[in-house]
Design a protein around this ligand. Structure first.
Ligand SMILES: Nc1ncnc2c1ncn2[C@@H]1O[C@H](COP(=O)(O)OP(=O)(O)O)[C@@H](O)[C@H]1O
Ligand SMILES: [Mg+2]
Length: 347
């Protein structure tokens, strides 16, 4: 039988444990709150340029080096093997002074304009949102960029099946990647080079293949070969290519509006704007969330935002900034909910 003295000692101990638990939770709550308010880690990448213009730094070195010239690219960059191939470029895993780099070569003269446009954008948009440019040689049509061994975002499910990344296959990380995707879209829509539309995105796989996964599972935009400018002042829209587009992945305003009986012509095709990227966000996010515990709860929280992204009328769709804010708020709500759940379980 428990003695009265034992009970007297047990109560303060229980109270102490409860107090410690509550304090722990309070600290965690405050931490999440600061994450949100400071827009620190949630702004996964800050805007601060790492190096001055026309310079780069690699994670291994940290100091800023001028972009490699033609001569340096020819002399110092050694291609090892073909690692990727799109319509415009062949990409070779290469070596430069002991570093792994990617050497991209124009695959056909037919795409020279796209290649040059991509290079121009790569130079203008250097930031933490975009793959690091290391060197270029206009004469040889080659570009050297930082190499990311995990490849494009299209590999995400394969990457999560690797032993090293298995534990990271959670709704948190998947949602964070979707959020980073929206960060990049928002960066392109408000970029130093104006409002840019990610046009190389006529289907899901193509869209995913334009972004690279870093070793620490962040996202950078890589292929900037089709980023036309929306000139709001001149009321000038864009067209993604000169050919007819089909399917549900592209926005409705990207489809030929005059019916099957009328022959498609680029000239008669109406232009559109950056809201085509907003239309595609729900499909990209849906793919990124995958089927892990908790991903359906995220889907539920994003339901209304995604519904508005899928408005037929592009002007009724939210801006990338609004989508981003909705994502951040859903993320914080879910993290807080998870913590409250964990605290209840502990009690
Ligand atoms: N820096 C890089 N590191 C690793 N893989 C890359 C890199 N750059 C490109 N790749 C791979 O090559 C593919 C094609 O590159 P991309 O620049 O999109 O060429 P294209 O303009 O022809 O579409 C990418 O989807 C990716 O798989
Ligand atoms: Mg590509």
């Amino acid at each position: 039988m428990a003695k009265a003295g034992d009970t007297g000692r047990t109560i303060p101990v229980v109270l102490l444990c409860l107090g410690a638990l509550l304090c722990g939770n309070l600290i965690l709550y405050l931490y999440v709150e600061t994450l949100y308010k400071s827009s620190g880690p949630l702004e996964y990448l800050d805007d601060e340029p790492v190096c001055p213009r026309a310079h780069f730094s690699l994670k291994a070195t940290r100091n800023c080096t001028p972009w490699l010239s033609c001569e340096a690219v020819r002399r110092e960059v050694r291609p090892l093997r073909l690692t990727g191939q799109g319509a415009v470029k062949q990409v070779f895993l290469s070596e430069w002074k002991g570093n792994k780099v990617a050497l991209s070569r124009l695959s056909s003269e037919e795409f020279l304009d796209d290649f040059l446009h991509g290079l121009d954008m790569l130079k203008s948009l250097q930031s933490k949102y975009v793959v690091t440019l290391i060197g270029l040689c206009m004469e040889d049509h080659t570009i050297v960029t930082e190499y990311h061994p995990l490849g494009s975002l299209a590999n995400i499910n394969v990457v999560f099946s690797f032993e090293k990344y298995k534990n990271l296959n959670t709704w948190h990380n998947r949602f964070r990647l979707a959020m980073e995707y929206v960060f990049i879209i928002n960066f392109l829509h408000n970029s130093p080079a104006g409002t840019r539309v990610m046009c190389d995105s006529s289907d899901l796989n193509k869209t995913l293949s334009q972004y690279l996964l870093t070793n620490d599972l962040h996202l950078v935009a890589n292929d900037l070969d089709a980023l036309p400018l929306v000139d709001k002042n001149a009321n000038d829209g864009v067209k993604c290519g000169h050919r007819e587009l089909f399917g549900n992945f592209v926005a409705p305003e990207q489809l030929w509006p005059y019916g099957q009986d009328v022959q498609f012509t680029d000239k008669r095709m109406p232009s559109y704007d950056e809201k085509t990227d907003i239309w595609k966000i729900p499909d990209v996010t849906d793919f990124l969330l995958g089927q892990v515990e908790g991903s359906d709860v995220v889907r539920f929280h994003l339901f209304d935002t995604h519904k508005s992204c899928k408005q037929q009328d592009p002007t009724a769709r939210p801006s990338s900034r609004t989508v981003l804010e909705a994502y951040k708020s859903a993320y914080v709500t879910l993290i807080k909910g998870n913590m409250a759940h964990a605290a209840r379980d502990m009690l």
